[in-house]
Write a protein that binds this ligand. Structure first.
Ligand code: ATP
Length: 679
């Protein structure tokens, strides 16, 4: 084994003493990944790092994958590090021998805690003891220990672990990534999809010693034509992505890969499993009904009310155990004991185990009238006792993905829906089906009526879903080509995919309300593709009386990549030109907002924003006191329209103007009367 075959840059950080893989190897990989914006280079670097681990130290691969994806457990297993920023500051002061003032000076200059650690480590003038080189396994185990340490005295134990990590970190880069990991903001721009692609490629090329699965020879692959090579990669990627969409847990995926590599069998090993949430299928947005009808051509489709609640995935096994998961795969069984209690009653004859999906909506129990999403957000998140429930909910089921030990994902939507409706028992105002209408593009009038009835019933619009697969094409056949399958309008349930076979048609953005002229005041580091830019961006209105800028919403919609790029160059934290400009590291005193953006902008621009509606908000301070004593107003679905070059910030919309719009909206349709918005 010679790691230099894989990536020369990684060689220097590889310790060849046969011990556990060093954290230096992973750090080197992070440095290389963050030094480029090229997706190809990022994937290549990850592939090389993974290959080194597969061949030389397979036991370090799983911890490396967790560290590179900046997590220690899947989202449905609650493992919080529970570290305050002060634990890191304390450790830096202690390890690097800095006092409060000098640490603060570095922090004010750099802003990012990881960069601060890099700088502080450089200043370190002495070491208390000889550091022990960090290993990938060791760092991961320390994180798990931090998360598991709870109760009295846990703060001290956690602090000691953090101190030790920083003590043992060799050089600035290791410190930077240890601190970013502890802050849970790694900023390497390698997200889930990149990791899955890298894993699939690495396992097509490498296998651990002693395993038998077939791999491809790199030299042989190099001789393939471009399209042939793309097909090899795509096939592997699709298998790994499909596994992770059905069974999103590296703790199962990585050991299976180490044992059998990338093959069809992997889908059996890491397939749909009760009590492990699958990643939900997503809808594509359409501008309006006519665009929707054009997209669906001559196919049969179902229109469904798009309820304004919380998506829920309910799992029930043959023993009656129930788990409920959110859209983002968090376990929320404790939030809905009323739904758990409902499950035995809705299970029809012959139903043993199932996974179903629907929208949980706040309702008036006696009339069944729908309440808005804001009302639902008033329900506590955890450990809700059934007797103390004040916000009643109804589950509007729309899909069935698993029944009696059999996955149903490959069945058509019509078949899945028929099973859902015939095998489960409706309990009015508690458990029912989404309201729906089957149609074709010939029925535009009826569809329009249905859309209107949905918005009248306080729904957000409609979801439109293809009912049947076309018989002439086997969409599962990978030879059919990715592009044609994407366009094929599948009626199957495609976890984690946003295809045109599910379309969202929402209430019109532009015509329903006026726009607002808002001031961008802060930003967060973007995720994934947007990692180098500010996204979302915090927007504010002006309070003429106090001179304060009051935060009204975060916006991440309506921006082009070119806009994001220019925006980052304008509000530069120093990463663009080396010299910070137009930013504040600390929150300026004239901005009213309790959240913690990564950077504050020097307010100077006015942007025109469209939005769907105005809601009462516990988080945003805009117009606080004008509509409700202790709550402000916020915007739902804010979308950037254009820069108002002709306006200075003194001409931006005021809190009073916003409150006036809210009153107008309420007079038209009392949408947000009872509730508050979620953030
Ligand atoms: P997405 O979930 O597509 O990423 P998002 O979180 O912004 O986007 P929306 O654009 O509001 O959500 O639309 C999708 C959501 O609509 C679903 O995740 C689900 O919670 C909700 N929904 C309501 N009614 C239905 C329905 N009949 N079928 C599918 N989803 C529905």
């Amino acid at each position: 084994f010679d790691p230099s075959n894989y990536v020369p840059q990684l060689r220097e950080s590889w310790s060849t003493d046969g011990g556990d893989a060093s954290y230096a190897l992973l750090t080197r990989c992070f440095v290389l990944v963050s030094s480029t914006q090229s997706r190809i280079k990022i994937v290549d670097t990850l592939v090389n790092c993974i290959r080194v681990l597969i061949e030389a130290d397979p036991a370090s691969l799983l911890p490396a994958v967790w560290l590179a994806t900046n997590a220690i457990s899947p989202p449905y297993v609650s493992m919080e590090l529970g570290l305050g920023g002060s634990a890191i500051s304390k450790a830096l002061k202690q390890v690097c021998g800095l006092d409060n003032r000098s640490l603060k000076a570095i922090y004010d200059r750099l802003g990012d805690p990881g960069d601060v650690a890099f700088e502080a480590k450089k200043k370190q003038s002495f070491t208390l003891r000889k550091p022990k080189p960090l290993t990938i396994k060791g760092v991961f185990q320390s994180l798990v220990k931090i998360a598991k340490t709870q109760g009295q005295g846990s703060g001290d134990v956690k602090q000691r672990i953090v101190d030790k990590l920083l003590q043992d970190a060799r050089g600035g880069e290791e410190s930077r990534y240890i601190v970013r990991t502890l802050c849970q903001h790694l900023r390497i721009g390698a997200v889930k999809t990149t990791m899955l692609i890298a894993l699939s490629r690495a396992f097509l090329l490498s296998k651990p010693a002693g395993t038998e699965f077939p791999t491809r020879d790199r030299g042989e692959l190099a001789k393939l034509k471009k399209e042939e090579l793309a097909e090899v990669w795509t096939k592997g990627e699709e298998i790994v992505k499909a596994c992770f969409a059905r069974h999103p847990d590296y703790n199962d995926l990585v050991p299976a890969l180490l044992e059998i590599g990338v093959c069809e069998e992997l889908l059996v090993r890491c397939g749909l499993t009760l009590h492990i949430p699958l990643r939900p299928m997503l809808g594509s947005i359409t501008r309006d009904l006519s665009e929707m009808l054009t997209k669906l051509q001559d196919r049969d489709f179902a229109c469904e009310y798009k309820y304004d609640g919380q998506r829920a995935q309910i799992h029930c096994d043959a023993g009656g155990k129930v788990s409920i998961f959110s859209r983002h795969l968090e376990l929320m069984t404790d939030k809905y004991p009323d739904l758990v209690a409902l499950v035995p009653k809705i299970r029809g004859e012959g139903v043993d185990s199932f996974i179903m999906e629907g929208e949980v909506v706040a309702v008036d129990r006696s009339t069944g009238e729908l309440k808005n999403f804001q009302t639902l957000t008033n329900r506590a998140r955890k450990d809700v006792a059934i007797g103390s429930i004040t916000i009643d909910v109804c589950m509007f089921a729309f899909d069935l993905m698993y029944l009696n030990e059999h996955p149903l994902l490959d069945r058509s939507f019509r078949e899945r829906r028929d099973m859902l409706r015939s095998l489960f028992i409706e309990i009015p105002h508690h458990f029912t089906w989404v309201k729906s209408l089957d149609a074709t593009s010939q029925d535009s009038e009826t569809v329009l009526e249905f859309f209107k009835s949905a918005t009248d019933a306080k729904c957000e619009g409609i979801m439109v879903k293809i009912l049947d697969n076309l018989p002439e094409m086997d969409y599962r056949d990978s030879k059919a080509g990715l592009k044609s399958r994407r366009k094929a309008l599948l009626a199957t349930y495609e976890p984690d995919k946003r295809l045109d076979s599910w379309l969202k048609v929402k209430k019109d953005y532009n015509s329903s309300f006026e726009t607002l002229d808002l001031i961008p005041v802060a930003g967060w580091h973007g995720q994934g593709r947007k990692a180098k830019w500010w996204s979302p961006i915090l927007m504010a209105v002006r309070n003429e009386e106090t001179g304060m800028l009051e935060a009204v919403c975060k916006c991440m919609s309506g921006f082009t990549d070119a806009f994001y790029k220019a925006n980052k160059e304008f509000y530069d934290d120093g990463s663009e030109s080396g010299e910070p400009k137009n930013i504040h590291v600390q929150k300026p005193s004239f901005i009213e907002y309790a959240g913690h953006p990564d950077v504050w902008f020097e307010p100077q621009e006015v942007w025109e924003m469209a939005f769907a509606d105005i809601t009462i908000s516990p988080t945003y301070t805009a117009a606080i006191g004008l509509v409700q004593e202790d709550k402000g107003l916020s915007l739902r679905f804010p979308r950037f329209m254009k820069k108002r070059e002709d306006k200075g910030i003194d001409e931006a919309s005021t809190n009073e103007f916003l409150a006036g719009l809210w009153e107008k909206q309420e007079a038209k349709a009392p949408l947000a009367k009872n509730g508050v918005e979620g953030d």
